[in-house]
Ligand binder design. Structure first.
Ligand code: HEC
Ligand code: HEC
Ligand code: HEC
Length: 431
């Protein structure tokens, strides 16, 4: 075999083997003994309720449940760029779920990304955020999961390519990119800010979607909340680089995170709709307000307040711009298919001039919104039909070009028809 490889390959393979042996030795974690399934009534009801809120804020169900499948049975495939990782069964079935995990085993998984049997877990599971949880919150989550109905459903093996499928190598990844440890507050900040920071950085893992990742899949420490692509959507920047024409004040953020709509911004769609309507929905108002406090403090909105009236005036001036443009490409299509709903003589948002779907650096969210619509599924709230079947890629591209041009001063988006085709081929998934 060796004779068939050139010296460089031999060196590379030797190095990899040394690395593997090193990681294997350093990363060896003992198994934690299995326990007998616990009686459901052995948990304090208040703890179980607290766990339910946390599980909701942590979006555990979105990742650990397949469409139409039993809650927490696992099996949802997450594309990592290195292959697909499947979420696991976290119901209390002792054979196929985590029913024989003790609380310390569960806590180690949440805090260090190590399974009960000592296997290294992959960061598609956001333990990198859950590590910040308090002991009480981890205990509450444990109580919640141990009191769910057991689901008998075997885990699916990942399809990661070599060497990414060698779990011992996760030790190297963790050494480079993972900071274990509880949340530490900033003593210069008030209690509301701290609570918001604790929720955002820990259980709600906002950064998992809103912070760009490096080539090894780790959130970039140098670009917190700088915005990131996600399953064909764009999770916009939540820091000072946010592209919304109007600043996101604490009050705006609160309304958006609580109701899924903000008058001066728009509606939560795609993966963010799940975050609001399923994730944060169970949190008390005080927690949602705390999240708003935390993000409003970090996005420079206070400094932008002075310019806000001018920004609003500009947006308002862009709401009645379609008359007389009938010959421009896209204008007629807009008037025929969209303007019945998106024509508002009094509001700027209705005519799309306040939406980040049109002011972001890329057109992903505009395209996704038009293809998939907004709301629906019988849920209350705003509704826009999906146009995937009614409009061609060129139609959607024309609309994107026309609205970007008439609703903002920003440069035209390049290669729009290709961008629409690419979005159409991306299936929607909600991590
Ligand atoms: C973004 C998707 C995502 C979210 C959100 C998520 N998980 Fe997971 N989780 C995963 C994936 C994927 C794995 C499997 C990782 C692997 O195979 O290494 C996993 C593994 C686990 C494991 C290890 C189970 C085992 O059998 O090894 C536990 C425990 C767990 N998750 C609990 C939770 C809890 C509790 C929450 C909510 C607070 C949660 N997860 C939220 C994706 C997610
Ligand atoms: C039946 C009414 C209706 C029609 C027709 C309609 N929309 Fe919408 N649209 C809505 C509602 C309601 C919302 C959510 C509320 C909002 O954000 O204004 C929305 C939201 C949007 C958004 C996201 C704005 C944001 O950030 O919240 C975009 C972009 C959009 N529509 C574009 C279009 C385009 C382009 C067309 C034509 C192809 C169209 N809409 C047709 C009702 C409609
Ligand atoms: C599962 C991925 C995901 C998670 C987790 C997530 N977001 Fe989002 N978020 C998105 C996407 C995608 C959008 C764009 C969709 C849209 O505009 O409707 C978005 C949009 C937003 C917006 C609107 C920004 C703008 O200017 O248009 C805000 C504000 C926001 N998210 C805040 C948060 C906060 C706070 C958290 C944590 C509590 C969070 N998000 C967690 C994916 C996510």
């Amino acid at each position: 075999m060796n004779a068939l490889l050139n010296p460089r390959k031999r060196i590379a393979i030797t190095l990899l083997l040394v690395l593997l042996a090193g990681c294997g030795a350093m990363g060896w974690q003992p198994a934690i003994d299995p326990i007998a399934p616990q009686p459901v009534n052995g948990f304090v009801p208040g703890t179980v309720t607290a766990g339910e809120q946390l599980a909701s804020a942590g979006n555990c169900a979105s990742c650990h449940t397949i469409a139409g499948g039993p809650p927490f049975g696992g099996g949802l495939g997450l594309e990592t760029g290195f292959g697909v990782v499947y979420s696991t069964n976290i119901s209390p079935d002792p054979q196929t779920g985590i029913g024989n995990w003790s609380e310390p085993a569960f806590a180690r998984a949440m805090r260090e990304g190590v399974a009960r049997d000592g296997t290294q877990l992959l960061p598609a599971f956001p333990y990198t955020h859950f590590t910040k949880l308090t002991d009480d919150d981890v205990r509450a989550l444990y109580a919640y999961f141990m009191t769910r109905p057991a689901v008998v459903q075997a885990n699916r093996p990942d399809t990661l390519r070599f060497p990414f499928n060698v779990r011992a190598l996760q030790v190297g990844w963790k050494w480079l990119y993972f900071k274990p440890g509880r949340f530490v507050s900033d003593s210069a900040k008030n209690a509301d800010w701290s609570r918001g920071a604790y929720l955002a950085e820990g259980i709600a893992h906002c950064a998992a979607c809103h912070t760009p990742r490096n080539r090894w899949g780790a959130e970039r420490a140098d670009a917190p909340y700088a915005g990131a692509p996600l399953d064909g959507w764009l999770a916009p920047a939540l820091n000072a680089a946010n592209p919304a024409p109007m600043p996101w004040t604490q009050q705006d953020l609160y309304t958006y995170l609580r109701k899924g709509e903000s008058e001066l911004h728009g509606t939560a769609a795609g993966p963010m709709a799940d975050v609001v309507h399923e994730g944060l929905a169970k949190l008390p108002d005080s927690d949602v307000l705390a999240l708003a406090t935390y993000f409003a403090a970090g996005n420079g909105s206070a400094a932008l307040q002075a310019a806000a009236p001018t920004a609003l005036k500009l947006a308002m001036s862009r709401r009645l711009v379609d008359k007389g443009r009938e010959t421009e490409p896209g204008a007629n299509l807009y008037l025929a298919a969209c303007a019945t709903c998106h024509y508002s003589p009094i509001a700027a948002q209705g005519s799309l001039s306040l939406s980040t779907a049109l002011t972001s650096t890329d057109p992903s969210n505009f395209i996704q919104t038009v293809l998939q619509g907004v709301g629906g599924h019988g849920a209350p709230g705003p509704y826009m039909p999906a146009f995937a079947a009614a409009l061609t890629d060129d139609d959607v591209a024309l609309l994107a070009g026309y609205l970007r041009h008439t609703r903002s001063d920003l440069p035209a988006w390049p290669n729009l028809p290709q961008a629409v085709a690419a979005r159409r081929s991306t299936s929607v998934s909600t991590p």
